[in-house]
Design a protein around this ligand. Structure first.
Ligand SMILES: Nc1nc2c(ncn2[C@@H]2O[C@H](COP(=O)(O)OP(=O)(O)OP(=O)(O)O)[C@@H](O)[C@H]2O)c(=O)[nH]1
Ligand SMILES: [Mg+2]
Length: 242
């Protein structure tokens, strides 16, 4: 029985991590993508992962806890990550600031060629999207569960240009040159887990971008096996002659 369960577990080929302050909507984004709905969440404890089959590949997506008390776990979750999705709440300037202040250094344990996406969630609540996606101004205009006092910082909206600037600073932090990396226009997303706006595009863009990392890892494994091959052949011959 235990053996059967073991066999059914798929081994992830690659890891993607969602990082960002509490309440920005990381869990909601993952629910929206995997379950196609917006549902009530509770603040994540530690972390949880979801396995996504993408073509022939298995991709694990790690949903981490944004709460300060779990901060120490962040770098552990990022270890060996092929992509990190840095998430903020478009209606909370503080959540944007926290990405650089608190979360970016956690990605030091990620792969050297890790891909970064910057995601501004709750786009349905910003001036430009609120009218279109929520014409009656019902629940979406209520402030969501909050981790901060109602400071002016929290109320200040974050726009796409701010996110593009952050992307540039992330590359700089990583010692990468912008012109040799994926462009900000492609890696900055505004999403709404509530309406579903841009959620599939976000995840599926990232899935496509980590495929080369899977292939590279497989090639490395194969060349290691090749190096070992002659000694295996020798052993077989010896066994045959004995
Ligand atoms: N209006 C709106 N509310 C959202 C959106 N995404 C999440 N929320 C709300 O924001 C709150 C926090 O969402 P979560 O998904 O639990 O946030 P989280 O980032 O996982 O938080 P932690 O697990 O504590 O790190 C909940 O009340 C959600 O319903 C969105 O796109 N629009
Ligand atoms: Mg969560």
């Amino acid at each position: 029985m235990a053996e059967n369960t073991k066999k059914k577990l798929k081994k992830p080929d690659v890891k993607i991590v969602l990082l960002g302050d509490m309440n920005v909507g990381k869990t909601s984004l993952l629910h929206r993508y995997t379950e196609r709905k917006f549902k009530d969440t509770v603040s994540t404890v530690g972390g949880a992962f979801y396995l996504k089959q993408w073509g022939p590949y298995n991709i694990s997506i790690w949903d981490t806890a944004g709460r300060e008390q779990f901060h120490g776990l962040g770098s552990m979750y990022c270890r060996g990550a092929a992509a990190v999705i840095l998430t903020y709440d478009t209606t909370s300037w503080q959540s944007y600031v926290e990405l650089e202040d608190r979360f970016l250094s956690l990605t030091d344990t990620a792969n050297a060629d890790c891909i970064f996406a910057i995601v501004g969630n709750k786009a349905d609540l910003t001036d430009s999207h609120a009218q279109a996606s929520n014409p009656d101004g019902e629940e979406g205009n209520q402030p969501a569960r909050s981790s901060f006092s109602s400071s002016s910082l929290q109320r200040k909206q974050v726009n796409r240009e701010d996110a593009m600037a952050l992307y540039g600073r992330v590359l700089h932090y990583k010692g990468l040159e912008e012109k040799t990396c994926l462009p900000a226009e492609r890696m900055v997303f505004e999403t709404s887990a509530k309406t579903g706006y841009n959620v599939d595009v976000l995840f599926e863009t990232v899935f496509d971008l980590v495929v080369p990392s899977i292939l590279k890892k497989r090639n490395e494994v194969e060349s290691t096996v090749d190096l070992e091959a002659p000694s295996k052949v020798k052993r077989t011959k010896a066994g045959c002659c004995a």
